[in-house]
Design a protein around this ligand. Structure first.
Ligand code: DGJ
Length: 333
């Protein structure tokens, strides 16, 4: 009798714990289901406000910063954390419009905030698009803090090397050199700006994709090859995502190639995440589904992408499963 009761008891206890906690289940089966199309909520049930997100992984934790669009046209920057890109904890508001550095203006369009960690200075660094209401300022700003959830102080703001700069992202190369990349000169080109060793200023500019009017750039490196995703400039309306690759960040980028459908599955690129596991590495595309139906309710969309030597399989998935331990992904069961 004892032999029968014990296994039954163990199964019952496991089932109870699983239904009580999604996270416990994830730890048990190590597969997390990611479903697109809905607003993300924090553990407290609040809407996650971190649009055009930037990510930084520290040990097992993903940190995400992005635009808080609750007050649609007066964005702040929020910081969240998660272990599975699904269960998010609100950490803090790291930039408050008009309160953080009011000398920079009290009604700025603060967009596309991205997060870096500088190993030498041990500081967390934020770069973002720091704009006026008519997008005429075309400026960027840089903040830094000694703790990820500390006080971010203003380091610099203005036009990088005097160049008009809008949509932006950051990229850290394997040797630790960091770049700020932005749409320059009235949306005509992309500017690749090498950052100083402390990541707090811009020291060199290389013009990429001249006259091709690209924005929302996101770079990922595979081996010795860089792949760049970008969109055209159509305001908040989605458009064709294009891909280019090169073995040198500063030159030799391949002609822009259409990937996915002609609206990037109603998204605009924000980031490419690398899920490096014990068995394989999966790359996740992160994009914004803007104004769905308003800015505050814009959705964050994630799906796996894979690369060939010169291209990328860019297919939307409404739902998929990812194993953060092994790095594998699979269709939802
Ligand atoms: C598209 C950009 O990617 C967004 O970040 C934002 O600047 C809008 N344009 C504004 O129209």
């Amino acid at each position: 009798m004892k032999h029968i009761i014990l296994p039954v008891l163990i199964v019952a206890m496991t089932l109870t714990s699983c239904s009580a906690s999604k996270i416990f289940c994830n730890q048990q089966n190590e597969w997390t289901t990611i479903t697109n199309g809905n607003l993300w909520l924090t553990k407290n049930g609040d809407t996650v406000q971190a649009h055009a997100p930037g990510f930084l992984k520290i040990k097992e934790t993903w940190y995400m910063i992005g635009e808080d669009r609750s007050r649609e046209w007066r964005p702040d920057v929020n910081l969240y954390s998660s272990k599975d890109l699904q269960n998010w904890t609100f950490e803090k508001k790291i930039i408050e419009n008009g309160v953080t550095s009011p000398e920079l203006g009290t009604r700025r369009m603060i967009e596309r905030a991205k997060l870096l960690y500088n190993k030498k200075t041990k500081r967390y660094v934020v770069w973002c698009h720091w704009e006026s209401s008519n997008y005429g300022a075309s400026e960027a700003a840089c903040f830094s803090s000694d703790k990820i959830d500390g006080t971010y102080r203003l380091e610099w703001s203005g036009r990088p090397l005097g160049i008009k700069s809008r949509d932006c992202n950051v990229f850290v190369d394997t040797d630790g050199t960091a770049y700020f990349i932005s749409t320059t000169e009235e949306n005509q080109h992309l500017g690749l700006f090498r950052l100083s060793e402390d990541y707090l200023s811009v020291v060199e500019h290389t013009r990429l994709f001249p006259w091709q009017r690209r924005e929302a750039p996101a770079i990922v490196k595979l081996g010795n090859k860089y792949f760049m995703f970008s969109s055209a400039c159509t305001g908040w309306a989605p458009n064709q995502c294009k891909l280019s690759w090169s073995e040198n960040l500063k030159e030799g980028w391949s002609p822009l190639e259409n990937i996915g459908d002609n609206k990037a599955f109603r998204t605009q690129p924000a980031a490419i995440l690398e899920i490096k596991g014990t068995k394989t590495t999966t790359f996740l595309y992160v994009g914004d589904r803007w104004k769905d139906p308003n800015l505050a309710q814009s959705k964050t969309i994630i799906f796996p992408v894979s690369f060939t030597e010169t291209s990328c399989d860019f297919q939307y998935r409404n739902s998929f499963e990812i194993n953060f331990k092994t790095g594998e992904w699979r269709e939802e069961k």
